[in-house]
Design a binder for this molecule. Structure first.
Ligand code: NAD
Length: 497
């Protein structure tokens, strides 16, 4: 029995789902793991167990791949009219909309995020499926005029069976970012959610069945990196792995591809994004944005502006405002819709606190936060917003991704200095610049090495706009037309007329 705050009434369907035996989806059937092994999924707001999740090993992954291969060669891929694929994806979005509240509640319980933020994630995921439902009928090839007497045309074909490995910070949304384009292109999928947050993926499996996708088109297997993720990345009959997660695991995915069948790999990895404010910016707009670009999702978001650079003349003003507004944020059980929920796990909390200790040892100045919450929040994995002020860019807390509610802030003097400092990092996922000087804004956007640049804004996304990383932040671009390229391959056909 899970404990729920007394002011909250969960949907009966949410409770029923939690109380049912959790099963994976393989070949359109709900199955336990072949070994019968399970692992617990916990509510990070309380540390309580929510459910036991099947632990898939090699044999389960093999079964999922067989089912996916059969579906690919059979009812799906190029054998199905793309308009029908489109309708199925749209229908899935409709079912998600119908079960919006259930999906929100499951995401909040499993991940800890506030319910209103979980709503944003589910709506964003629905939007993503709808966007790619439109693409299914618009994946075109080309003809190339090489010489008279010949016809050369290029087909864009699906890759086959694709492994989709996602992280815990936006569980449903990251699954949607991969599933939607993969399905629109005609691939069959093995989805593996992160072991901390399997519930919405398992519920999605149910909706995929209800929508009427042929058996085996989407398989959901659950389990940790070892053995489950590892079995996917090394599999000899998986054609591609699309991975979102840490840079450390991203390297392992590439290595597994090299050691197995050279499957295609796309990676969305870590970030340490610079949020750069010039003194001539609209400071009121900066103040509003910086709170959330620093601490949204309790800092567990790869694009957040975790390196803050402020031009010296306005540094103190902006940092004191950030301190004040961050100090006013409420923390608590996500079901009560506080501003911030807990970190995902005890392990993540300890990792983040380890970075804070390191920052103190390296001589950075702690302006606020830094210690695990006590009292009534003690049983969950709560850490308050934490701000460091620093001078030297070579500190570990400045260079490495912390993935918690911790930002580092420093002052800068001029343009050339800030471009050099913003780029002095092995990551290149995103960056923001705030200024009312239009030339400076665009110069910065061109000079900074990042896959996404926001000018006078932060964390803006749309399914139509490509997203991915420079440098060690990844390989490939998801979203928009770019994701169509990621999930298809070109075939050149030569006709001798
Ligand atoms: P993680 O790398 O530990 O795990 C991600 C996924 O990989 C999980 O499903 C996990 O089970 C699986 N995995 C772990 N070891 C594996 C292995 N050896 N083989 C195959 N799969 C394995 O990352 P996380 O801690 O879940 O997520 C946080 C990280 O994700 C952060 O670094 C964050 O920046 C990154 N992230 C990036 C983006 C992006 O779009 N660039 C988006 C969200 C999160």
């Amino acid at each position: 029995m899970i404990s729920i705050p007394k002011e909250i009434q969960l949907q009966k369907a949410t409770l029923d789902f939690l109380q049912s035996e959790q099963k994976m989806w393989i070949g359109g059937q709900q199955v336990l793991s072949q070994s019968g092994n399970t692992f617990p999924t916990l509510n990070p707001a309380s540390g309580e167990k929510l459910a036991n999740i099947p632990l898939a090993n090699q044999a389960d992954v093999d079964a999922a791949v067989r089912a996916a291969r059969q579906a690919f060669e059979g009812a799906w891929s190029t054998k199905m009219n793309p308009a029908k694929r489109s309708r199925l994806i749209w229908k899935l979005a409709d079912l998600m909309q119908r079960d919006l509240q259930i999906l929100m509640e499951l995401e909040t319980l499993d991940n800890g995020k506030p319910l209103d933020k979980a709503k944003y994630d589910v709506l964003g995921s629905i939007n993503h499926f709808r966007y790619y439902a439109g693409w299914a009928t618009k994946i075109e090839g080309s003809t190339i005029p090489v010489k008279p007497g010949s016809l050369i045309y290029v087909r864009r074909e699906p890759l086959g069976v694709v492994g989709l490995i996602v992280p815990w910070n936006f569980p449903l949304m990251m699954a949607a970012w991969k599933l939607a384009p993969a399905l629109a292109c005609g691939n069959c999928c093995i989805l593996k959610p992160a072991e901390q947050t399997s519930l919405t993926a398992l519920y999605l499996g149910r909706l995929i069945q209800e929508a009427g996708f042929p058996e085996g088109v989407v398989n959901v297997v659950t389990g940790p990196g070892l053995p489950t993720g590892d079995a996917i990345s090394h599999h000899m009959d998986i054609d591609k792995v699309s991975f979102t997660g840490s840079t450390v695991v991203g390297r392992k995915i590439m290595e597994a591809s090299a050691k197995s069948n050279l499957k295609k790999v796309s990676l969305e990895l870590g970030g340490k994004s610079p949020n750069v404010v010039f003194a001539d910016a609209d400071l009121e707009a900066v103040k509003k944005s910086m709170l959330w670009s620093s601490f949204y999702n309790t800092g567990q978001e790869c694009t957040l502006g975790s390196r803050i650079y402020i031009q010296r003349s306005v540094f103190e003003q902006l940092i004191s405002h950030l301190q004040e507004s961050a100090g006013a944020l409420s923390l608590g059980n996500g079901l009560l819709s506080p501003d911030l929920g807990p970190l995902i796990s005890e392990q993540q909390l300890n990792r983040v606190v380890g970075y804070i200790d390191q920052g103190l040892q390296e001589g950075a100045e702690l302006l606020m936060g830094g210690k695990r919450c006590e009292g009534e929040l003690e049983s969950g994995y709560f850490l308050p917003p934490t701000i460091f002020k620093y001078r030297e860019d070579n500190l570990k807390i400045v260079q490495e991704e912390i993935f918690g509610p911790v930002v580092v802030a420093t002052a800068f003097d001029d343009y050339d200095e800030i471009v050099q400092r913003a780029n002095d990092c092995r990551y290149g996922l995103a960056a923001a610049v705030w200024t009312n000087d239009i030339s400076k804004a665009h110069r910065f956007a061109h000079d900074v090495k990042a896959g996404t640049v926001w000018i006078n804004g932060y964390d803006l996304f749309d399914p139509a706009v490509p997203f991915g990383g420079y440098k060690e932040s990844g390989i490939g671009r998801e979203m928009g037309k770019s994701a169509i390229d990621l999930f298809t391959q070109e075939k050149a056909v030569w006709v001798n007329l």
